[in-house]
Design a protein around this ligand. Structure first.
Ligand SMILES: *Cc1c(COP(=O)(O)O)cnc(C)c1O
Length: 373
């Protein structure tokens, strides 16, 4: 069992076999596409170097910022890397060239930087703002930007990328509008194209598959999965298991103390939980300092020695408290699973109106990551 290596401290067990199994599932959803795996934000909290090392089979890795690319290259990762926000000055651009990164280009300032650049040509992704209104050229100026980029000596391949605002929610009118906005550009160019995040990849809506098939007949298509690789559903109200994905992270710890409460005894800061009858509680070595959110309400599921139990009392920085009523044999040293197999992070996150993405990404630096395969 994965708990064997768990110290008396919050520990993130990372199953790299689950990661590669999830990648295989992504490939099966988009058999003709190249895969660019999102490993930004420390691979969503899973450890960027270890995850990138395990993902030898992807066509590229995607990071948000150049520092993340530098970390990968320093660790000897040779996979192509795309910087999703691109670079912001000439110093970063030189570094990106040294690191052999591909650049997203999303604004005129970045085209100007490339115009002044004289080194080995960059592969680029022209980012088109089709409705997300975060980064990218608006459709009416995107063709002009594409032509400008293509003409530069500092630029080799130019490829086309956009990002869906609402692929994870029902209806898909927004996604349809976004794809329509891209159509004139695709008609004018046979550049590679990338649109799909995890939600588009795992959506049952025919829109994405139809787009992927029509685009793939003209050009190479790329998909950009992130959350699905980590075994977390991008859709509210579903979990990884519903999609056939396996959670990569088990967030675990141990009980370091037991308290016997009498009716009326309150637990932790602010006394949020008050015992109504005699009961035992376990004190767990995990808190918001490890990334278990303080806002978690009483009743949030927690597994104690593989049995279902629940949070009682406010989460503090280094500790939290769990009801031991349903597990009378559990005591000092008992294993605790905060999320992972049998206790989906999506479900835990929903308890506080959050999403699995944020919980795993916020697992803090002091939490040891233990890798297995
Ligand atoms: C993070 C990111 C992705 C991956 O998104 P998921 O929802 O995790 O699959 C894809 N594309 C871009 C531009 C991103 O920033």
């Amino acid at each position: 069992m994965a708990t064997n290596g768990t110290a008396f401290a919050a520990t993130a067990h990372i199953d790299l076999d689950a990661l590669t199994a999830n990648l295989a599932l992504v490939r099966a959803r988009a058999p003709s596409a190249r895969v660019m795996a999102a490993v930004k934000a420390n691979a969503y909290g899973h450890g960027i170097v270890e995850v990138a090392t395990a993902l030898t089979d992807v066509d590229a890795l995607a990071v948000a910022r150049i520092d993340e690319a530098a970390q990968l290259r320093a660790a000897g990762i040779e996979t192509p890397i795309t910087i999703l926000e691109g670079v912001f000055d000439a110093v970063q651009m030189r570094l990106a060239a040294e690191l052999r990164c591909d650049l997203v280009v999303h604004c005129d300032e970045q085209i100007a930087l490339l115009r002044a650049y004289r080194g080995v040509p960059f592969k680029t992704w022209l980012k088109v703002n089709t409705g997300m209104n975060r980064i990218g050229f608006q459709p009416p100026v995107a063709l002009d930007a594409l032509q400008q980029l293509t003409a530069l000596t500092g630029v080799g391949d130019v490829r086309i990328m956009t990002h869906f605002a609402s692929a994870d929610v029902d209806g898909h009118e927004t996604s349809a509008r976004q794809l329509n906005a891209l159509t004139p550009l695709l008609a004018a160019s046979n550049a590679d194209v990338s649109v799909a995040n995890s939600a588009a990849l795992f959506s049952e809506h025919p829109l994405y598959q139809q787009f992927a098939e029509s685009a793939a007949s003209q050009r190479k298509t790329w998909v950009r999965p992130g959350i699905a690789l980590y075994g977390i559903s991008p859709f509210a109200g579903t979990t990884a298991a519903d999609l056939g994905l396996a959670p990569v992270m088990q967030f675990e710890s141990r009980i370091i103390a037991v308290q016997n409460l009498q009716p009326g005894d309150a637990v932790g800061y602010g006394g949020r939980f008050v015992a109504s009858s005699p009961m035992r509680i376990g004190v767990v070595a995990a808190g918001y300092g490890d990334g278990y959110p303080r806002m978690m309400p009483d009743g949030t599921p927690i597994m104690v020695d593989s049995m279902p139990s629940q949070l009682v009392g406010r989460v503090s920085m280094d500790m939290l408290t769990v009801d031991l009523t349903s597990c009378p044999d559990a005591g000092y040293g008992a294993s605790i699973r905060l999320w992972g197999s049998g206790i989906p992070v999506e479900t835990i996150a929903a308890r506080m109106g959050n999403i699995g993405y944020e919980l795993v990404t916020r697992v803090s630096a002091r939490v040891q990551r233990c890798y297995s395969r």
